[in-house]
Design a protein around this ligand. Structure first.
Ligand code: M6R
Length: 601
């Protein structure tokens, strides 16, 4: 259960376990499953414990096919109760396979695509007794994305895993081996892991790991050592992972910068597998990402275009491949993903590669699918992000994008070395700026308490403050389940101003004073909403008092260059959303309807 708990952030609408009961006269599968969070499953197991066993599988689900109820919870068994299967992903041809099985007389009890696999395996094992081979044959019939893990009562010492598009990692222990959809599942037992490639099947016993392709050919595997320890993946004394992760942001930013430049400010990116010549050819950048990661991309656009003079578009990954984008080998497609497993981003990336673009990913999860399928990668070093709402992942993504922009500027010569060194110098001061915002968190929490009855909250910003406004609104939506919207402040008069009524809280991110013209315009925007009854909460840098007369509340920001302001301005908005959700009694780490890693399109 410990391993399952550490995976619960990936999905938590039901859970289940199955073990091979070898104490029975004939080994059988014993299982338990329950809708809801793992605590419910634990309740079932406390009342009716499963017999001890050294072979078992477990699952925590985020529903795709079939409602989140007890019957649809995994594991799924074949009709004889001999085979137990857990599954992540979607088997796209399941309806055809199900119809086929039903025509042959199989009775399926759930609405899931997973159960089909258990029944297919049942039939296959009658022809092909070896579980590994039977799994390979069944996988060849499946279409879509899947990670499967299977136990068979007739082969009690073996567990078989298979993966296509969804993640699966092997943990190598001493006299014990593990499978998990990420290393957190087995990190308390081993930090030695093997990443499975696309279309591979793994057969594990206590002492052995054998990996093959779906066609049975032996596969080369890449072992690696995981640096994270158990405590890094646990809450460390905070009420919520999100709070811990918000507080880890100075470190996440510092670690993402670490080792990426020489003392004199020359960028060096070890995982940049694209040569300088290849990068010099790039004449267009397209950033693809989802949710918060896409807002990191929007922030990056301002910096990348400014530093490199290369046009940079930002596109939601889910829209990208459906609009016939203009891409060629001179296009650099940048996929941003904390998890490295977001299916929309992965599919957009694959499309870009088919169109012969160069693909670079910015990712926080070593060995995940998106960086593995990219030509180059810049890892963010934020450490595991468990809370569904992305915080430190976001800031680290912005920093990694800046590193990319500066690296391109260095290679293309669009910035002098001393200019790049100066920007790096400013970036190195950012962790201290974030820490200051964290030290100021009690004031923001008090503000959340004052606004706990708000029914709608608006966020305004211009320039890099605009994506910050979008991110502030997304955090509030996903955590507090409130109507919240972010706008470019200049758009206000084109419609959104109609939303302003007495007492509506409006957060405004004011650009640094250095951006005089912009700043004046934002000040006018604040006055416009305030005169219509809004309660204005203004985020403004130290020493800038021009907005004070129009502000009901002021949140001070340290003085930083405009392009870097999102790295400090986002922090109070995260704190605000987290506190408001807590006050409203919501589960901050696992908001309703959401999953940490969205591995379906
Ligand atoms: O793992 P990714 O960065 O690819 O995830 C992308 C989005 O699903 C993610 O940022 C989502 O929007 C977060 N829940 C926001 O807090």
């Amino acid at each position: 259960m410990g391993g399952l708990r550490r995976l619960e952030y990936r999905g938590y609408d039901s859970g289940g376990v199955a073990i091979v009961d070898t104490a029975a006269t004939t080994p059988t599968i014993a299982w338990a499953k329950k809708a809801g969070k793992l605590a419910n499953l634990q309740g079932v197991l406390d009342e009716q414990p499963l017999p001890p066993s050294s072979t078992g599988i477990g699952h925590t689900r985020w529903a795709t096919h079939g409602a989140p109820n007890d019957v649809n919870a995994h594991p799924h068994l074949d009709a004889d109760g001999r085979i137990a299967v857990v599954h992540n992903g979607i088997i796209e041809n399941f309806a055809v396979l199900r119809a086929e099985l039903e025509a042959e007389g199989h009775e399926l009890v759930s609405e899931t695509d997973t159960e089909v696999v258990a029944h297919l395996l049942h039939d296959e094992l009658e022809r092909t007794p070896d579980l590994g081979e039977a799994v390979r044959l069944v996988c060849r019939r499946l279409e879509g994305a899947f990670t499967l893990v299977i136990a068979d009562a007739a082969q009690p010492d073996v567990v078989v895993g298979a993966r296509r598009n969804s993640p699966l990692v092997v943990g190598r222990g001493d006299g014990e081996n593990f499978l998990g959809s990420d290393v957190a599942a087995f990190i308390e037992y081993t930090r030695d892991a093997i990443e499975l490639g696309q279309d591979q099947v793994v057969v594990i016993t206590a002492d052995d790991v054998e990996v093959t392709g779906f066609d049975g050919s032996p596969a080369e595997v890449t072992p690696y050592h995981v640096d994270w320890d158990v405590s890094a993946a646990e809450k460390g004394g905070y009420d919520w992972y999100m709070l811990k992760e918000i507080d880890e942001q100075p470190q996440a930013v510092a670690d993402t910068l670490l080792g990426r430049h020489t003392p004199d400010g020359r960028l060096q990116l070890d995982e940049m597998r694209l040569s300088d010549d290849e990068l010099r050819e790039i004449d267009k950048i397209i950033i693809i990402a989802c949710g918060t990661a896409s807002y990191a991309g929007l922030v990056a656009k301002y910096a990348i275009e400014h530093w490199t003079r290369v046009p940079c578009e930002v596109e939601l990954a889910s829209e990208f491949r459906y609009r016939d984008p203009i891409i060629d080998p001179r296009t650099l497609v940048v996929a941003i993903s904390q998890s490295g497993e977001t299916m929309d981003t992965l599919m957009a990336l694959r499309y870009a590669r088919q169109q012969r673009a160069r693909v670079l990913s910015i990712c926080n999860t070593n060995g995940s699918t998106i960086p593995r399928e990219s030509d180059a990668v810049i890892y963010t070093h934020a450490g595991p992000e468990i809370a569904v709402a992305s915080t430190k992942g976001f800031l680290a993504q912005i920093v990694a994008c800046y590193l990319l922009g500066l690296y391109l500027a260095q290679v293309k010569g669009t910035k002098y070395g001393d200019e790049i060194a100066a920007i790096i110098g400013e970036l190195e001061k950012i962790p201290a700026g974030i820490q200051r915002m964290l030290d100021d968190a009690p004031r923001v929490r008090k503000l959340a308490a004052d606004l706990v009855d708000a029914r709608s909250v608006l966020f305004l910003g211009r320039h890099t403050g605009y994506p910050v406004a979008l991110e502030g609104a997304l955090k509030l939506k996903e955590l507090a389940y409130l109507h919240a919207e972010g706008f470019a402040a200049g758009e206000l008069k084109h419609g959104p101003i109609a939303l302003i009524e007495e007492g509506v809280p409006v957060f405004v991110v004011v650009p640094p004073k250095a951006r005089d013209q912009l700043q004046d315009k934002v000040v006018s925007n604040i006055q416009e909403v305030r005169s219509r009854g809004a309660r204005t909460i203004v985020l403004v840098e130290d020493g800038d008092d021009d907005v004070l007369s129009a502000a009901d509340e002021v949140i001070r920001l340290p003085k930083v260059p405009t392009l870097l302001q999102p790295l400090v301005a986002t922090v109070p908005l995260q704190v605000f959303a987290c506190e408001l959700a807590t006050l409203l009694g919501h589960d901050v780490d696992q908001p309703r309807n959401l999953a940490k890693s969205v591995t379906v399109e």
